[in-house]
Write a protein that binds this ligand. Sequence first.
Ligand code: ADP
Ligand code: MG
Length: 233
Amino acid sequence: MIEIRDLHKSYKMGSSSLHVLKGINFSVAEGELVSIMGSSGSGKSTFLNILGMLDELDEGSYTLDGVPIKNLNEKIAARYRNKFLGFIFQSFNLISYKSALDNVALPLYYQGINRGERMEKAMAYLEKVGLADWSGHLPNELSGGQKQRVAIARALASDPKVLLADEPTGALDSKTSYEVMNLIQEINDEGRTILVVTHEPDIAAMTKRIVNLKDGKIIQDTRVKQIRALENV
Ligand code: ADP
Ligand code: MG
């Protein structure tokens, strides 16, 4: 699904430059649930943003579901992004003046799906994340965990091949974090490929594979033998 070869990324600031990713090789097969760990500033978000086609790589290659991703114009990049990828963020990024249902329906609007079908599908995804009864509520009437569930439903609405989550539990208490990770596990069990950036070992332990980033390189790539389930928390 994902194939990264010798990836480099620097940020240029005036005359100086910060080399953040220094030769990353990384593959993900369809159906994997992978966490990317590393201390703050180690380049996790930079890496995820490149995987999510939100940022460009400087050197190396990236193939997503067989499609080479490099030097695409913004229109084509946006089309691939909508087709292949769903995003979940630490800060939820919901639209504050839209209901939970309308937030979930938004990606379907951009896909040109008519209103009736949009609402029906969005409701089905809200049901899937356990929030059918909250469809008419605004984000600020929901708890943090509920907001993240709405964001997960929205990410799923466009039926992406890969879900990318940047610190999805970073703003949640630990019990809610485990519940959100349990939902992510369930979505993965249905076959969807998911990458989760986190700096919390307990969260990474709920995935099937842990990749450690340090000094711009992958220093460890481990299959998890005993995946932590909600019941064991
Ligand atoms: P992490 O997500 O692991 O905390 P980031 O990928 O956000 O790390 O950042 C890696 C490094 O790159 C940090 O030193 C950060 O300050 C720097 N950085 C991130 N984004 C930018 C940017 N847009 N411009 C310049 N430097 C950046
Ligand atoms: Mg980050």
